[in-house]
Ligand binder design. Structure first.
Ligand SMILES: *Cc1c(COP(=O)(O)O)cnc(C)c1O
Length: 336
């Protein structure tokens, strides 16, 4: 197993001064619906608005002084890019985030506001990645990937320790799943501290890369489609080194939810809990409300913890959903 529990303990100590220990809250209304105690891990309260700060901070702190001075780079404009920018500034490292000309202005500004350099290059994510590779080979920078990296996985795993410290009786942890860094780290921690506990991943049913890979037995390319859970988009990498194996070996089940179910999860978090969460973070609530956690092979009665992973949603999109709309982003993109 590439990431040991001791790596997660080390990460926890290392990142403690830089990340928030987020609260675990009871949800009486979801407990009522589920017929079992439900708690919410409020990780969307994390600095930068998503858990990715944990892994990025651990990865930057694991570098040598010289490597940190040379700087870190990535091609993400989403939660990983924000996390890496913040982590670099907090630890005195240089960061260059590469992005294509198609990236909207507000995302570029958000990255710059966090203290990173934004390098605008080419017309696609692939072009941006070429520039990242060049900064690594010619500029001596270190690329920090969003999920398939031992220090990143160990950083995300610290969430699992916190959940079991606050709710040792937890029987099942439900985690949003994309590249699998988050769930791999959490599963490693949870299954070490509480071997009988179950860990369930939830993904949108469009372009679910890890889900397809598990079915095929190896990473397979998937088409990325517009989804309310935009932070769950993208593949797991043809040459996946860590997360595929860890998810295959440690995760009990991978479930899928529809766009309408995700919208309902976002709405429910807001109307019942006053929490603004992004689509990726709403998949656990979505699965519970849709009755999809019933078939998960656990006894169906033990305490359940749902991880709310981030809050970075476009405010206009959020408003539409709260007002009762179920946006079809694929159709809207086709008609734009
Ligand atoms: C990245 C992300 C995920 C998925 O994490 P993986 O490690 O790629 O599985 C879930 N929720 C949010 C908000 C994210 O930013």
């Amino acid at each position: 197993m590439p990431i040991a529990f001791t790596d997660i303990l080390k990460a926890r100590q290392r990142i403690a001064p830089y990340v928030r220990r987020t609260p675990l809250a009871e949800s009486p209304v979801l407990s009522d619906r589920a017929g079992r105690p439900v708690t919410l891990k409020l990780e969307h309260y994390q600095t930068t608005g998503a858990f990715k700060l944990r892994g990025a901070t651990n990865a930057v702190l694991a570098l040598s002084e010289d490597e940190r001075a040379a700087g870190v780079t990535a091609a993400s404009t989403g939660n990983h890019g924000r996390a890496l920018s913040h982590a670099a500034r907090a630890t005195g490292a240089r960061a260059i985030i590469c992005m294509s000309k198609l990236v909207p202005d507000n995302k570029v500004r958000a990255i710059k506001a966090l203290g990173a350099e934004a390098r605008i290059i080419g017309m696609s994510q692939d072009d941006a990645q070429v520039e990242v590779d060049r900064l690594v080979s010619e500029g001596g920078m270190t690329m920090i990937p969003p999920f398939d990296h031992a220090d990143v996985i160990a950083g995300q795993g610290t969430i699992g320790i916190e959940i079991l410290e606050d709710a040792p009786e937890t029987g099942t942890v439900v985690v949003p799943l994309s590249g699998g860094g988050l769930i791999a780290g959490i599963a490693r921690a949870v299954k070490t501290l509480s071997p009988d506990a179950k860990v369930i991943g939830v993904t949108m049913d469009k372009g679910a890369a890890m889900h397809e890979a598990l079915k095929a037995g190896h990473p397979v390319p998937v088409t990325e489609l517009p989804s309310l859970a935009d932070s769950l988009g993208g593949g797991i990498g043809e040459n996946n080194a860590h997360t595929f194996e860890m998810v295959r070996d440690l995760v009990d089940e991978a479930l899928l939810v529809t766009e309408a179910e995700i919208a309902e999860g976002i709405r429910f978090a807001y109307t019942e809990h006053g929490e603004v969460i992004e689509g990726a973070a709403a998949v656990g609530i979505a699965a519970l409300l849709a009755g999809k956690l019933q078939s998960t092979g656990d006894d169906g009665t033990g305490p359940l913890t749902l991880l709310l992973s981030g809050k970075n949603i476009d405010p206009d999109l959020h408003r539409r959903i709260i007002n009762g709309e179920n946006p079809d982003l694929e159709r809207e993109a086709a008609h734009a």
